[in-house]
Design a binder for this molecule. Structure first.
Ligand code: SF4
Length: 485
């Protein structure tokens, strides 16, 4: 048993009273009560008095509380080993089908110069970092080595539409290969939309590509963060979103586009306006991407950065506003909340949507493969620590067997991190080895002063607090409907 915050009873006292009753668990104070999380990730909230009775082995099976504790996997002699086995198998990757998301950086060219850009971009007329068709072919071949039946190929930059011929080549080549492979194949384009015209949009939609852009909120906020070499910015993003939505309304088979809001210091205090801007455009997903003190952003941190607590305050304001909009009939969700709610409310559906190596590999313009997109950005900044191979030279098995890939896998699991192993949120959390490496010097972080931990722990606190309110909980549970979109 591990407790976060004050320990309420000593393990030896529990063992003396009723050793069979209390299953392995961790505790975190939540308002007036306590959140009790079993090792398998099932949880309940208890008053302090009930927790003391539970921890002392005094709760009888006939009591309603006894039934709750048994059902939640918190009584040692009533554990459902089949269910626990499923959860542990999923979390420990025993049935891991291999990485599913493959990010191709088709160029580092970009026509924007954002104040926090991590992407180490080059000038629009410098084609020296354009991916060639041969490299794109090798990257797609390597991606198809993953046995995962689901595959997403995502195009990023720089601005990927600056190397449009290679985007087209990679889409067509992957579709051709997939005739034999038979995977569920998705494509995603992450673009500032400044170069997206009707013809390109139609070509992409016809081939099942979904669209994502950056939109930091109202025009003045977006323009402050993103400097364009050609003008436009906010207008470009909004026009692209409207174009895709119009085609969808006219019957085109295309997902609702997504927009990532990067939260800079200028965003703090404007949470409601940002949510209103995204939802007002007809987007379903609100994604509030925190800024990390890495790469270019680290150099501009005194202008754009903030503390984990400041981000969590902003996040809580945005989440509460979104919940209240949902109560008024709006259908939109927040992405991080959904990922964590899937784990918190449906532990069996364990997902690692962006986890290094587990879910995602990044392929740079020259074919270098990285354990994560952040690892690629670190290399662009001069440190190739997370480079694990090269398309056309390495097999997927060799990539996954690379010492850095194996270290990243272990480091991303809370069970393998010293302080995390005792944390009540460990069954729901994943960790960024790249963030740890960049900010603390090794894939294993020092969680007491780790900003990633401070931020995610604050988000967990916010979510569990909102889950105590029946109306807010109903809204949060309704977001699970979006999980397969
Ligand atoms: S990173 Fe922080 S919140 Fe997550 S499991 Fe570790 S200690 Fe807990």
């Amino acid at each position: 048993m591990a407790a976060s915050g004050s320990r309420l009873t000593s393990p030896s006292a529990v063992l003396e009273r009723e050793p069979r009753r209390v299953a392995g668990h961790a505790v975190r104070r939540l308002g007036e009560g306590l959140l009790v999380v079993g090792d398998g990730g099932e949880w309940t909230t208890l008053s302090e008095a009930d927790y003391r009775r539970y921890a002392a082995g005094d709760v009888r099976d006939e009591e309603p509380l006894g039934a709750v504790l048994a059902e939640r996997g918190l009584l040692r002699d009533r554990l459902d080993f089949a269910r626990l086995g499923e959860r542990f198998a999923a979390r420990r990757l025993l049935r891991w089908p291999g990485p599913s998301v493959h990010t191709l950086v088709v160029t580092r060219r970009c026509n924007y110069k954002c104040v926090y850009c991590h992407a180490s971009v080059v000038a629009p007329d410098d084609a020296s970092t354009d991916m060639t068709p041969e490299t794109a072919r090798a990257a797609v071949d390597l991606a198809f080595e993953s046995p995962n039946p689901q595959m997403t190929i995502e195009f990023q930059g720089g601005e990927p539409l600056m190397n449009w011929p290679v985007v087209k080549f990679a889409v067509d080549y992957a579709r051709l290969k997939n005739r034999a492979a038979g995977k569920v194949l998705h494509f995603g384009l992450i673009s500032n939309f400044s170069l997206l015209d009707e013809a390109k949009a139609d070509w992409l939609i016809e081939r099942g590509v979904s669209f994502c852009t950056s939109l930091d909120g109202p025009a003045d906020l977006h323009e402050r963060n993103r400097v364009s070499l050609a003008g436009g910015r906010h207008a470009d993003a909004v026009a692209g979103i409207r174009m895709i939505l119009a085609k969808r309304a006219a019957g085109a088979k295309v997902d609702v586009p997504n927009a990532i809001c990067t939260v800079s210091r200028h965003s703090l205090g404007r949470a409601r306006e940002i949510v209103d801007e995204l939802v007002g455009l007809g987007l379903e997903r609100v994604q509030l991407g925190p800024l990390d003190p890495v790469g270019f952003a680290r150099r501009a941190w005194d202008k754009v950065g903030y503390t984990p607590d400041e981000y969590v305050r902003f996040y809580a304001q945005a989440l509460d506003h979104l919940i209240s909009l949902n109560k008024d009939g709006v259908k939109a969700y927040e992405k991080t909340a959904l990922i964590l709610l899937i784990r918190i409310l449906e532990g069996g559906h364990w997902r690692f949507p962006n986890a290094d190596v587990v879910a995602r590999l990044a392929y740079d313009w020259d074919g270098s493969v990285y354990a994560s997109e952040d690892g690629r950005l670190l290399a662009a900044d001069g440190d190739p620590f997370f480079r694990i191979g090269r398309a056309g030279e390495s097999s997927l098995a060799e990539l996954l067997d690379h010492p850095t890939a194996r270290a990243s896998l272990y480091a991303s699991m809370p069970e393998c991190q010293p302080m995390c192993a005792q944390c009540a949120y460990a069954p729901f959390c994943t960790i960024s080895p790249t963030f740890n490496y960049e900010t603390q010097g090794a894939p294993w972080g020092r969680m007491p002063d780790n900003a990633w931990c401070g931020r995610i722990m604050g988000i967990f606190d916010v979510l569990f607090e909102r889950l105590q309110d029946p109306q807010a909980r109903a809204v949060l549970e309704s977001w699970l409907e979006f999980k397969d979109r």
